[in-house]
Design a protein around this ligand. Structure first.
Ligand code: COA
Length: 275
């Protein structure tokens, strides 16, 4: 049996790929189970600092598998349906709060349920040629599995409504214009662009990255005062894991004058042992 999820770690980047190209990387219960296993297996390894989620073949993911995720689990009744939903949602949630920053590298088709992992990734870079769609309306359901929520979170109200009701596809360029993804580049340049962004992230303090990515997701739902309070606590908690990093960052700027934080990251290789 081929592995439904491929994973390679190379130059401190974990390349995790939907690996069911013959089915356009549709998410079956087996794929969902395997994805959670892979994400959990590697999460705390220290030989990588960024995870990229990509797709093998012409698709990123054609969404939920209509045969194996819908038809076959529905045949098992409520228990089967709920079990397969939980398996899918579990890995998306794990990815939303992943220890390392994550990038969706959308190389091709991205439909329906694919919006769950798309949103779960911290950043998303698409090929201009990629195609996105909430196709559910085309086969007679509402975009579930969080997909409607993703549309409303990321798009304007009008675009979210149009996208949901018409089922019309948009390409990578439009997805970038609508802010469904950060940017779109020609497919031929996609991997290089993603590696460039990974390199930027790999220079940063990993404790600060984790605290910052969680903070962006959390504060979105908070009042200003709650957010201010949360951020004080989050910053203090981060010091528990890395109290020296930020002191070193201040030292290299104020004392050494070796870099400017407005322009780049401090040199972490010069940091003394953790205190
Ligand atoms: N569920 C189950 N099977 C799927 C699938 C899905 N979401 N998406 C693709 N497949 C299967 C096809 O049934 C086909 O299987 P077969 O070779 O055994 O016949 C195979 O993958 C290739 O798909 P095909 O449609 O021939 O590829 P394509 O490149 O011409 O078109 C899509 C790609 C993505 C446009 C098309 O497959 C599609 O519309 N898929 C459904 C998308 C969708 O609505 N997803 C939302 C689910 S929530």
């Amino acid at each position: 049996m081929t592995d439904l999820v491929a994973c390679d770690i190379e130059d401190r980047i974990a390349w995790v790929r939907f690996n069911r190209p013959e089915k356009r990387n549709a998410m079956s219960p087996r794929l969902n189970r395997r994805m959670l296993e892979v994400l959990e297996e590697i999460e705390f390894r220290d030989d990588f600092g960024v995870l990229v989620l990509a797709g093998e073949g012409s698709a990123w993911s054609a969404g939920m598998d209509l045969q194996e995720y819908f038809r076959e689990t529905e045949a098992l009744g409520l228990e089967g349906v709920r079990k397969s939903q939980r398996e899918a949602y579990a890995w998306w949630k794990r990815l939303r709060w992943y220890q390392k920053p994550t990038i969706a590298m959308v190389n091709g088709w991205c439909f329906g349920g694919g919006y769950g992992p798309l949103f779960a990734c911290d950043l998303a870079i698409a090929a201009e040629e990629a195609k996105f769609g909430l196709s559910e309306i085309n086969w007679g359901i509402l975009p579930g599995g969080g997909a409607t929520k993703v549309a409303v979170e990321l798009l304007s109200f009008r675009d979210a409504m149009y996208h949901t009701l018409t089922g019309e596809m948009i390409d990578g360029r439009k997805a970038a214009e609508w802010r469904l993804v950060n940017e779109a580049v020609p497919l031929a340049r996609l991997r290089d662009r993603v590696v460039e962004i990974c390199r930027v992230l790999l220079e940063k303090n990993p404790v600060a990255l984790k605290a910052a990515k969680d903070a962006v997701r959390r504060v979105k739902e908070m009042t200003f005062d709650n957010a201010e309070d949360y951020l004080i606590r989050a910053q203090e908690a981060a010091n528990f894991f890395d109290n020296e990093g930020r002191k070193e960052g201040i030292r290299q700027f104020i004392d050494d004058k070796s870099y400017k934080p407005g322009l780049s990251a401090y040199d972490r290789s010069k940091q003394k042992a953790k205190g």
